[in-house]
Design a binder for this molecule. Structure first.
Ligand code: C2E
Ligand code: CA
Ligand code: CA
Ligand code: CA
Length: 282
């Protein structure tokens, strides 16, 4: 038993060393992703449940690394956040999202369509984000209403005072704010009420558990979030919608928008443009 224990311990240590080496290697690559042009954005449509229009798209980051292959954002964004590389990366995402939307408008997409961009904690707290956002909009000749920033509930909760101040600046600018992964944190209703936000995105974890029969815990939570959003005058987006049953339930509850594989997976810019124009023409 002792020998086995020792072996387990050694394997663990070895794999930790590998992890650390991989981590260091990834970090040094991450510092150069922007200048090397290894990043691209894909776009996932958000559908208005009342009339089927596509009202917004979420920009999602992809990294195709010649050294590491394709790496999921869940794996490299936390690293980029730790080493600070998220600042130039985040700036690139904002510029690219705005450039793409402007190009789509020239190709005939409604000026009502907005793009949502994920903003990380460090980007929100440390950088001069209002400046970066302003520059991205100006360069693309887009009005502030064309852009929504997605911040997770946990980022907003962990930094309540700074968050309120920063969000106020965006409100004054006319840029919308969505609270991402809503329901997973511990927001108090009173706190939420004071924040200048526009949209709540119900976390996929709750949408996964939606049942038409109606008495699962997730069903109750989703119904409550929708009612709460309505009473606060906020838009609600359900994320990770995969089945017609989930969509029907959300429609019955008067959820405003749905995003998920059922409507469309995240698409390359060209494919997303075609998708939007196609829906627009029907
Ligand atoms: P998120 O903001 O919650 O984005 C939603 C994630 O769910 C995306 O994963 C999307 O591809 C995926 N998804 C959408 N619909 C469905 C569905 O119906 N079923 C399932 N199973 N998944 C669905 P993705 O693209 O891998 O992104 C993961 C996370 O990485 C994002 O979660 C976000 O937190 C972060 N992220 C992505 N792009 C950026 C970025 O540009 N900046 C920052 N700071 N974070 C980003
Ligand atoms: Ca998001
Ligand atoms: Ca989310
Ligand atoms: Ca998430």
């Amino acid at each position: 038993a002792k020998a086995a224990g020792k072996r387990t311990c050694m394997c663990y240590t070895d794999s930790m060393a590998v992890d650390l080496r991989r981590r260091a290697h990834l970090i040094s690559s991450l510092r150069r992703v922007v200048e090397r042009g290894e990043l691209r954005l894909v776009f996932q449509p958000q559908q208005v449940l009342a009339d089927g229009r596509i009202d917004a798209v979420e920009a999602l980051l992809r990294w195709d690394s010649p050294e590491h292959g394709s790496i999921q954002p869940d794996q490299f964004i936390p690293l980029a956040e730790d080493c600070g590389a998220i600042l130039p990366i985040g700036e690139w995402v904002l510029q690219e999202a705005c450039r793409t939307l402007a190009a789509w408008q020239r190709a005939g997409v409604s000026t009502q369509l907005s793009v949502s961009v994920n903003v990380s904690a460090l980007q929100f707290l440390r950088s001069d984000l209002t400046q970066t956002v302003h520059a991205a909009l100006t360069q693309s000749h887009l009005p502030p209403s064309a852009l929504e920033l997605e911040l997770t509930e946990s980022v907003l909760m962990a930094n309540a005072d700074v968050a309120t101040e920063r969000l106020q600046a965006f409100r004054e600018m006319g840029v919308s704010i969505a609270v991402d992964d809503f329901g997973t944190g511990y927001s108090s209703l009173a706190y939420l009420h004071r924040l200048p936000i526009n949209t709540l995105k119900i976390d996929k974890a709750f949408v996964d558990g939606l049942q038409l029969s109606g008495d699962s815990e997730d069903t109750t939570i989703t119904t409550t979030i929708i009612a709460m959003a309505r009473s606060l005058g906020l838009l609600v987006v359900a994320e990770g919608v995969e089945t017609p049953e989930q969509l029907t339930f959300l429609q019955q509850q008067h959820c405003d928008l749905a995003q998920g594989y059922l409507i469309s997976p995240p698409l390359e810019a060209d494919a997303c443009l075609r998708f939007i124009l196609d829906v627009q023409q029907h």
